[in-house]
Design a protein around this ligand. Structure first.
Ligand SMILES: NC(=O)c1ccc[n+]([C@@H]2O[C@H](COP(=O)([O-])OP(=O)(O)OC[C@H]3O[C@@H](n4cnc5c(N)ncnc54)[C@H](O)[C@@H]3O)[C@@H](O)[C@H]2O)c1
Ligand SMILES: [Zn+2]
Length: 350
């Protein structure tokens, strides 16, 4: 094994990422070394690319970025006691936690306040090799291809958000048809919602949603008013549950306005700045609001693989697949808004 690898890194403060030669990392005693096969570009990677305020505060440089990945185990640390094998096809939870934290000891792994992110606070997966704690490794079933393995992380956000409220037979609103919103709409359909309405202000994404979540009623809220859609779909008052997945204050307000009294609002989308809101409506409607972070370790992962097995097809969400060498094009596609998931292939270029 050569001891150098290709990697996409933020080498210094500023915009962009650079393809560099970096040493192949070494697995610690409780880690595994993974030969990366596919990585997906996340909104977080775009923030890091743009070197926005959040990245400047949270991402030390130099840093190999990327956290959505799949690959094959090539080395296992000497103290790993999970039944993992060299050659095994895997993905991994990108949130690395302290198993001694109060939250972890209480069994709430995803609520460790000192969570560190692969590709954010520790070396990431946009590389030929990545190290992950064995604890974080997810074994991929044979029938889950590597490209789907690489988008399980955001799929997990969608599933975890969709699980916050009972969707069976309910009228569900999803705001924001980014990759996560589209997947959440598909999950809500699969979970037996009565109706699923998905909003965005980008027609490309609403079109794409029909391929991943057939039967979803899409609404471009620049052209159509949700209040008109409610009677059209036979709802008497409004939605039972809303999943906010845009981070837009306008979409948040539309959720509050169109939920029924006593409705549930799960919030995954992160507003870019503090957001003013009409608390009076929230209180007088007796809404339940839940903030949603990450995925549950590891229940969400088990449910995701279950949903795939049950026939949920995420393939159409992947609109771009290319060699890592064409990463600039991949990032451009993501930034344009004219994409679903963009997947980089880390197999050796021909
Ligand atoms: N809480 C967490 O743990 C967590 C994890 C991952 C992502 N996120 C957040 O979840 C959100 C969704 O992630 P993504 O990767 O799909 O993001 P994305 O940026 O690709 O998608 C957001 C979508 O919202 C749309 N949008 C903008 N304004 C809107 C409006 N007024 N009404 C409806 N839609 C509108 C955009 O056009 C875009 O398609 C983002 O805000 C992201 O930061 C949170
Ligand atoms: Zn991500």
């Amino acid at each position: 094994m050569a001891d150098m690898m290709k990697a996409l890194a933020k080498t210094k403060p500023g915009v962009g990422l650079e393809l560099i030669d970096a040493p192949i990392p070494v697995a610690g005693d409780e880690d595994v070394l993974i030969k990366v096969k596919r990585t997906a570009v996340c909104g977080t990677d775009i923030h890091i690319w743009n070197w926005d305020e959040w990245s400047q505060k949270n991402v030390p440089v130099p840093m190999i970025t990327g956290h959505e990945f799949s690959g094959e185990i090539v080395a296992i640390g000497k103290d790993v006691d999970r039944r993992l094998k060299v050659g095994q096809r895997v993905s991994a939870e990108g949130h690395v936690i302290d198993l001694n934290s109060e939250a972890a000891r209480a069994g709430h792994f995803h609520l460790d306040p000192d969570t560190r992110g692969i590709g954010v606070n520790r070396q990431g997966a946009f590389a030929e090799y990545v190290v992950a704690p064995a604890f974080n490794v997810i074994e991929l079933p044979d029938d889950v291809p590597y490209e789907i393995g690489s988008i399980l992380d955001p799929f997990g956000n969608a599933v975890h958000t969709a699980q916050q409220f009972d969707l069976l037979g309910e009228d569900v609103l999803v705001t924001g048809a980014g990759p996560i919103g589209i997947m959440a709409a598909a999950v809500a359909r699969q979970a037996g919602a009565r109706t699923v309405v998905l909003t965005d202000i980008n027609d490309f994404r609403l079109e794409l949603a029909h391929k991943v979540a057939p039967g979803v009623r899409t609404v471009n809220t620049l052209r159509e008013d949700l209040h008109d859609v409610i009677p059209e779909l036979g709802m008497k008052v409004g939605f039972d549950v809303a999943l906010e997945m845009s981070g837009s204050p306008i979409a948040f307000k539309q959720c509050v306005d169109t939920l029924i009294m006593g409705g549930g609002l799960a919030m995954l989308g992160i507003p870019s700045r503090p957001m003013e809101t009409d608390w009076g409506s929230i209180i007088l409607k007796a809404l339940t609001i839940k903030g949603v972070y990450g995925r549950e370790m590891f229940t969400t992962w088990r449910k995701m693989l279950g949903l795939l097995k049950a026939g949920l097809d995420l393939q159409p969400l992947i609109t771009h697949q290319m060699s890592y060498e064409r990463y600039q094009e991949g990032f451009e596609a993501m930034k344009s808004g004219q994409s679903g998931k963009v997947v980089l292939n880390w197999d050796k270029a021909a």
